[in-house]
Design a protein around this ligand. Sequence first.
Ligand code: AQP
Length: 340
Amino acid sequence: MADTAFTPRVFSGIQPSGGLTLGNYLGALKRFVDMQDAGTHECVYCIVDLHAITVWQDPKALTAQIREAAAAFIAAGIDPSRSILFNQSQVAEHAQLAWIFNCVARMGWMRRMTQWKEKAGKHSEEASLGLFAYPALMAADILAYHATHVPVGEDQKQHLELTRDIAAKFNHDFGEEFFPITEPVIGGPAARVMSLRDGTKKMSKSDPSDMSRINLRDDADLIAQKFRKARTDPEPLPGTYEELKDRPEARNLVDIYAAMAGIEPDAVMAEHGGAGWGQFKPQLAELAVETMGPITGEMNRLMDDPAEIDRILSGGADRAREIAAPILSRTYDIVGLVSK
Ligand code: AQP
């Protein structure tokens, strides 16, 4: 259904809950740019600031993080004249549709979400109601544009399944195939970049340890230092990727190398098999600086002109609203609300 009845449209977002990381770049931004450049779908990219505030954000830092995220999108290659780039809180339709979906989704569905269990942990009574309802807002983000495809990391797959469940229940309850059943687009060698301190945890912008991640604004010295100190085991790199299966930290560094070089992990092993960490880590750092350096430079340049970033976000929000407003209005009609 998604491929035939609806305009091919991609929606995806990133939370401005801290500075963006190499994980966000390889797992999300790089793929967003590929989808934009493929030209097969209209692309709607959103800085999901309403999601970020489901956990505490310092207001001043949040404003800076929203602008920094916008700079990262543009520096990575998102062209705001071809793709729609904006921040979520400027388009009220997201929150309005989320309320409708809060009334469609079931408590049990939300309780099963792995991210809720991980983030709320043992303190679920103290977690915000917003954190619990996060997936319904995510469904609204996607379905406010009738998006047919969503590029997501492995970790967001469960939330996308919930979006599909919400769309299907809405369509069933109201007897109209109004929302598409959105398809996930998952894949690439860096579907999950892991922490540099623990190969079983994903690299995260809100990890308390800055040494666990490469931030997009880290300079060359800091990148080299973080890779040098990255946790590994004492063994050198084996000859095949298969042999890394029980060595999560080592495998992560090979995956990062492969994703940045745009080659298969097997090709990394063919070139570097037998190398010790003293040899491999500096080469990995060099590749990271070469790949990320131009993006960091462009981000810094863009961040020097916050008014220009705000202008781009506001223009993107206007274009986003043109799509979302009629979809929300029709949703209200279907539900039976009396709208303007
Ligand atoms: N480590 C990662 N590897 C691959 N992809 C990743 N993504 C995030 N981290 C990795 C992808 O980036 C997109 C935006 O994610 P997000 O910022 O909205 O939320 P997140 O997944 O919760 O990212 P963080 O960095 O871990 O944020 P915090 O710390 O605030 O929770 C998604 O497509 C995600 O898959």
